[in-house]
Write a protein that binds this ligand. Structure first.
Ligand SMILES: Nc1ncnc2c1ncn2[C@@H]1O[C@H](COP(=O)(O)OP(=O)(O)OP(=O)(O)O)[C@@H](O)[C@H]1O
Length: 588
């Protein structure tokens, strides 16, 4: 498929501001035309003086016309720039919103699989790269290009030979640019790739600073970081060295329009084919176009930067999307069934994580998933929440395939709490309220009490109004988990999935939370994944999962009697508990 040009991609986000862009371009063009009028006025004044005994009123008239045009030029330029800035920011807003929507619709695996650095780079830096040139290119690029063209046409009207003389240095500049452009694309692509990489490594370095410190890896000894920074410097210099010689040459040669216009102009004047006023006018104009032409050359780099940024954005915007029907469906009951489900995280080459699994999680009952590490327990939970789609088979809720349910409807009926508990940088109260944006403060406090977090929240400087960002560093893993459970309680969804949701919580609090969860999830479909088997021994049904296969299922007692794997796990758990209690570790 042919890649769309960056201009068409950018303008596909400009539907709300097309009128403003057109107006901005119009103002820029009129501003350019108005910018030529002062030259015309000067020409008229010179003609008056050369003609001898000028009428002062006429001279003043041309002065005022020149001044008026100059003022109009800047007024229109200002309007054009304002409109182009409004348009650029509108386009940026639309791009960011589209990116955020796309991330929400992408399978979680695609989002998690990308490095945070790369995503941040696209969402923040790359999108920002588009703003400045876009806002300035519309008015400035147009005027910087149109002005020399208009001057050239004007010179042709005065004397075509002078117009050509003005271009005498242009071939040298074009040859130099052609030479620079030979390697430019490749060097710029390398530079951008290296820029992406260094961004990713820096974010990883900051996120992993705890581990880096713990293992005594300073920024100089953390090899990946050092290499990334060094290679970025190398690529930047390579790209810069390729352009700076040409840019300096252009900066020296391009303004030398005099080299052509002065000798040829003098020759034509002595020849009698150019009047002194025309000669003066041609010399003034040929100098006047130097600035705009120099400005125009700076857009070569800017255009490339936008092109790359837009293509990165476009790539993310076309990331794989989970099909979403959008049409709410009737879900008659809340029992969950996995029918012949197979799944692999890497469809092409990965080994299957789940193979032809069949299991039923009945409505209103407490089901537990247990098994050795890596057996696929969390994968089952994530597939039910549709973080990914199954490769084969299907998952149904109340007999309805979850793929035919809108994602929003599924998210409404399923509460999913994992061990990675993310707190947004808003107050603790608002973090809990995310579970149900309509909940009153009293409901938030009640949920916090049920999740055993009221006590430690009250002790924070501003209680429930403490910002999670400030408190986040002071909250333990267990405390953050309890806030997530409070969120889940507030959400009050009919299906609750807890994936090691209390793993970091101490024994005393865990028992309280378990009781609270048991009370609050009565009548709900509850699926719990836990390594501490004592927390799930009262489950109505325990499913043992090993190597992506259902090994066995039954109640705690049935499995103890019939399943050696479960019995071993239970004995190991009880042994660890006794050891822990005996050694006074206080764990579970
Ligand atoms: N995002 C992922 N991308 C690729 N492979 C993954 C991903 N998440 C898990 N896996 C792999 O899938 C397999 C099953 O993982 P899963 O987390 O479902 O097991 P689990 O039984 O929940 O393990 P644990 O008890 O240790 O949490 C493992 O081999 C794991 O390495």
């Amino acid at each position: 498929m042919k890649q769309k040009s960056w201009i068409s991609i950018v303008f596909s986000f400009a539907s709300q501001c097309r009128g403003k862009i057109v107006l901005s371009v119009l103002c820029a063009i009129i501003s350019v035309v108005a910018g030529l009028i002062p030259y015309w006025s000067v020409y008229q004044i010179i003609t008056l003086f050369i003609g001898g005994s000028p009428v002062m009123a006429e001279v003043w008239k041309w002065c005022w016309i020149g001044l008026g045009a100059y003022a109009i030029r800047f007024l229109l330029y200002g309007i054009s720039t304002s409109l182009s800035h409004i348009s650029a920011y509108t386009i940026l807003e639309n791009i960011r919103l589209a990116l955020a929507q796309r991330l929400m619709k992408a399978p979680l695996g695609t989002v998690i699989g990308e490095s945070v650095g790369k995503l941040k780079n696209v969402l923040v830096d790359r999108v920002e790269t588009i703003e400045l040139p876009l806002a300035h290119m519309i008015p400035e690029c147009i005027s910087n290009l149109l002005l020399p063209v208009a001057v050239f046409v004007y010179l042709v009207c005065i004397d075509w030979r002078m117009a050509l003389a003005m271009l005498v240095t242009l071939p040298f500049v074009l040859i130099a640019f052609a030479m620079m452009m030979k390697n430019f694309n490749k060097l710029y692509a390398d530079y951008m790739e290296s820029n992406n990489y260094v961004n990713g490594v820096i974010v990883e370095y900051v996120e992993g600073i705890e581990v880096i410190k713990a293992f005594n890896q300073s920024s100089s000894s953390y090899e990946k970081f050092t290499k990334a920074v060094e290679s970025f410097k190398d690529y930047t210099l390579k790209w810069y060295q390729n352009s700076w010689k040409v840019m300096n040459f252009v900066a020296a040669v391009l303004p030398s329009t005099f080299l052509g216009t002065l000798p040829i102009g003098m020759y034509l004047y002595w020849n009698g084919s150019l009047t002194p006023q025309d000669l003066a006018m041609c010399l003034i104009l040929s100098l006047g176009i130097v600035g705009p032409l120099m400005n125009f050359t700076t857009y070569i780099n800017e255009t490339k930067a936008i092109e790359y940024a837009v293509h990165d954005v476009d790539e993310l915007l076309h990331a794989e999307e989970l099909p979403d029907t959008g049409k709410p469906v009737e879900v008659p009951s809340k029992d969950i069934q996995l029918q012949d489900v197979s799944f692999s995280y890497d469809k092409e080459s990965g080994k299957p994580v789940l193979s032809h699994i069949n299991l039923k999680i009945p409505e209103g009952k407490f089901t537990a998933l247990v098994g050795p590490s890596g057996g696929g327990k969390s994968t089952v939970a994530r597939l039910i929440a549709r973080f990914w789609d199954v490769n084969d088979g299907k998952i149904t809720i109340g007999g309805v395939d979850i793929r035919s349910m809108p994602l929003a409807q599924l998210a409404d009926i399923v509460s999913f709490v994992t061990q990675d508990n993310f707190l947004f940088n808003c107050s603790i109260k608002e973090n809990i309220r995310l579970g149900n944006p309509d909940a009153t403060d009293e409901e938030v406090y009640a949920a916090a009490k049920a999740a055993c977090c009221d006590e430690f929240i009250q002790k924070l400087d501003n209680g429930y109004d403490t910002m999670a960002g400030d408190a986040g560093n002071r909250l333990s893993g267990g405390e953050k988990q309890r806030i997530s459970i409070a969120r889940m309680i507030l959400k009050n969804a009919p299906i609750v999935i807890l994936d090691e949701a209390t793993a970091f919580t101490d024994q005393e609090n865990e028992e309280k939370i378990q009781q609270s969860i048991a009370a609050l999830t009565k009548g709900k479909t509850l699926l719990v994944i836990a390594h501490r088997l004592s927390t799930i021994k009262n489950a109505d049904q325990i499913i043992v999962l090993q190597n992506g296969q259902v090994e066995n299922m039954g109640t705690h007692q049935q499995l103890l009697d019939s399943d050696s794997l479960y019995r071993d796990m239970w004995e190991a758990h009880i042994g660890a508990q006794n050891w822990s209690a005996g050694s006074g570790k206080g764990g579970n």
